[in-house]
Design a protein around this ligand. Sequence first.
Ligand code: ZN
Ligand code: ZN
Length: 192
Amino acid sequence: MITAFQQHGHGDDVIQLFEQMLREGVEPDYITFVSVLSACSHNGLVRRTMESTGLRKETGCSWIDVWNETYVFTVHDRSHDETEQIYEMLGRLKELVKAKGYAPDTQFAINDVEEHKEQSMWYHSERLALSFGLISLPVNAPIRIKKNLRTCGDCHTVMKLVSEIFRRKIILRDANRFHQFADGSCSCKDYW
Ligand SMILES: [Zn+2]
Ligand SMILES: [Zn+2]
């Protein structure tokens, strides 16, 4: 069913069904993951609007495993049971990283309205996954996130700062490589 939705370009239905599967404890197999990934890459809704403005961009999805369950996040995702706490944590993160000197690098924002750039970038899928990890995992546990696309430079900066502020190891596997963030720096030395 997931594959059928994906083949017909119903990206939202793919994600919804996938999340339902996970909630109900149905183990996803290889085919399911491939379909979910392609749906994320070819979500017809995307962000349609972009084609009409001459832009094309794949949808980013991030995954995180918490207590043997896999949780999927898309940009601006509000579909999770703990959405309120996740967004609360994200708001807290913003203040903490700003206090550490973070300034948003809006070249990574796809929203073309200047005043919305910073806002839209703050809700990239890996940051939602990161916040969820911070509120759900034990304080010493490393946070492992996977992403179907290359992570953006701004998320990379945020991950570095969060690793320092929370003294947490964050491992992000993006489309290009593994990033291991610890004590404010990344194993890739900012080249990736
Ligand atoms: Zn990003
Ligand atoms: Zn890195």
